[in-house]
Design a protein around this ligand. Structure first.
Ligand SMILES: [Zn+2]
Ligand SMILES: [Zn+2]
Length: 66
């Protein structure tokens, strides 16, 4: 018996594109906030929330500068 194993199902690649907010892990809606250091974009709402909570940029750990 030499059955081939089923092809591995790769998880869908999470494309970090300009429309992806790393705070809520979804598509950016409404106004945007751009990290001044790494230029990652977030929803403005998420950025405001992150600032209140003292969270940092997910990518470069820069303070949210709003
Ligand atoms: Zn950043
Ligand atoms: Zn968001």
């Amino acid at each position: 018996m030499n059955e081939k194993p089923p092809p591995p199902t790769l998880p869908p690649t999470i494309v970090i594109n300009k429309d992806f907010c790393l705070f809520h892990k979804g598509r950016i809606q409404g106004e945007r906030y751009t990290c001044p250091r790494c230029k990652t974009q977030y929803c403005l709402n998420c950025a405001l929330k992150a600032k209140q909570e003292g969270s940092l940029c997910v990518k470069c750990k820069q303070l949210i500068d709003l």
